[in-house]
Write a protein that binds this ligand. Sequence first.
Ligand code: PEP
Ligand code: MG
Length: 542
Amino acid sequence: MLQTRSGKRTAPAAVKIAVDMEGEGLIDKEAAIMRIEPAQIDQLLHPMFDGSELAAAEKLTKGLPASPGAATGKIYFTASDAEAAVVNGEKVILVRLETSPEDLAGMVAAEGILTARGGMTSHAAVVARGMGKCCVSGCSEIKVDEGNKELTIGNHVFKEGDYISLDGTAGDVLKGKVKTVPPELSGDFGKIISWADEIRTLKVRTNADNPRDAKQAVEFGAEGIGLCRTEHMFFEEERIPAVRRMILADNEEERREALKFLLPYQKSDFKGIYEAMGERPVTIRLLDPPLHEFLPHTDVEIRELSKQINVPYENLAKKTEELHEFNPMLGHRGCRLAVTYPEIAEMQAEAIIRAAIEVRAEKGLDIIPEIMIPLVGLRTELADVKKTVIKVVDQVMADVGAKFDYLVGTMIEIPRAALTADEIAKEAEFFSFGTNDLTQMTFGFSRDDTGKIIKEYREKGIFDDDPFQSIDQVGVGKLVEMAVELGRQTRPNIKLGICGEHGGEPKSIDFCHRVGLQYVSCSPFRVPIARLSAAQAVIRNR
Ligand code: PEP
Ligand code: MG
């Protein structure tokens, strides 16, 4: 034999070949598992382009492959225009400079999302992956003029209503309409995944913040929620005025008044999530983003809001200015919010526990909430917020005569927390590695502003992989390993998981297996990839 080559095959073909060969006794189950490329599984779960139409399509530019699948539709430049067009029966691609939580409804309505800025862990990328929606982010060669509703790519100018197509698996932007074909899930795939489940030792949880995503993840085999972000819920129409009242409050009393209004909403959010997950563990994170994300940014929006909530324009503009941060990821966010405004953490802790009490009573489910405190760097700041949380939980339990277990833990996402994990573990019952922020802070690369640089670094061979996609095992990984070891020194049974986006990426999952984490948590559509990758990690590292 002089030479062999791997036969090129689509994902459905790869799965069928592997299962048939096992059935014929040519290979065993482990070999069958190793023959599937985890990244290919995307083809089984998302629409893809029709092969011949794709071959004929004109490729305009490339961005980051932020969320897999294919989408085609008419361009709209704002979330509200996108929503309105979808109501009129159109298929839409939402094009933005970058997205923020305010754009959520437009993102839900759109077929796909294209952004000029942002990396693999930018808002657009993370949210789109959560929804299983195609997204190309950090597409630095496009010019988005949101005011004039114009998209320029090279010498092509697209107006609102023109068609473009996105390949979120490759990161390509294509001209015009390109036909998509729906995903194909066969029984053979179920077989491979169940073989993987017999082998893997890592548990697979999901990152989900609403019952719809949670149910989807359970269908894909998620064994719990590793990260429920609580910020998206705050943007819903009925709540955002109260959130803004809370932010604009001049004193604690006014803030508490606004929070009182939000409490029943948060409680029902958590009830919905507990119910969708049954008795599977659910980790709910206290509020993390900087508060200015909840306020309007342009002058027109500030004027509009000032009329709506009856606050003088000057006061509102001043407060917005005060809250503005140049680097929104390193200022007044994470546990710093709970240290400075404990009443926010109190409301959230109360909602988490009351929801658990009600679901336990109504559905007879043994819910054990896991309350997660974000962005901790010091044992003392974790202790401070934990005290606030425990005080509320004890009080609520005493009021209703309930008694059940709950956990309070933290994210390890600041390098100092990893370096002092033995200290942090004195307070934390679990660690969840927030490798998005940990990567950002270890490299000093802003997760929203470095997409273009990382692309060049990869082209020049400085990086083999984008560290926001595949964990940097040498640097960031060293911090993770160190924190695992130090955390266990203090608390041998500490629960250890990862909830950064790396939790759904095959090479990073192999790393998590090797360092001895107990679970990975990833967006719902990556759960099957994680199940397969976790089994491959066992086989590969034996
Ligand atoms: C992280 O930092 O890895 C994380 C999961 O949190 P977020 O992406 O919400 O900052
Ligand atoms: Mg984080």
